[in-house]
Design a protein around this ligand. Structure first.
Ligand code: NI
Length: 176
């Protein structure tokens, strides 16, 4: 495994619509392992392949497994999600505002309105169908990562973006 450089918006790959994953070969397994290592090292709670300059529809997500996360997310706390070609097939009408950050935009956070609950389908790392129901923070992370696959960044849809150092009281979330 290796830590790969995380690209920033000056690299056009981050703004491209990524290609569907079609081959679940050894090369893809290496990419997935590298993405997981890169995300954990950052540290962050999610990473999309375009963030490591690979234009493929692939995301990895892992929430923390601290006591608060376990209480809120149960088995989903600390669980590693690897999803190729993810699609949001259901969205709650209800939305919720929250603070997001992105590993590709270091030093900033922003307020983003997201669906409270989403259901995601896609393929796991071996190409087998997978389905995930996510709510609250996990739903937010998935929406953020899936946006990356279409070249969209949270700053495009945020109602406010700022540097946490300028507003000391803000609790800064782990970036995605
Ligand atoms: Ni991001």
């Amino acid at each position: 495994m290796a830590i790969r450089p995380i690209i920033q918006p000056d690299n056009p790959v981050l703004r491209k619509k990524a290609h569907r994953v079609t081959t679940f070969d050894d090369k893809l397994q290496v990419l997935i392992d590298d993405m997981v290592e890169t995300m954990l090292d950052a540290p962050g709670v999610g990473l999309a392949a375009p963030q490591v300059a690979v234009s493929q529809r692939l995301i990895v997500v892992r929430l923390g497994d601290d006591e608060d996360s376990k209480k809120e997310f149960g088995d989903q706390a600390g669980q590693l999600f690897v999803v190729a070609n993810p699609e949001i097939i259901k969205r709650s009408k209800s939305t919720v505002e929250g603070i997001e950050a992105c590993l590709s935009i270091p030093g900033y956070v922003g307020t983003v309105d997201r669906h409270e609950i989403v259901v995601i389908t896609g393929l796991d790392r071996y190409g087998k169908p997978t389905r995930i129901k996510a709510k609250d923070w996990l739903a937010r992370v998935f929406q953020h990562e899936i946006d990356h696959l279409d070249g969209q960044l949270y700053i495009d849809i945020a109602t406010d973006v700022w540097k946490p150092e300028d507003r000391e009281k803000t609790e800064t979330p782990l970036p995605e």
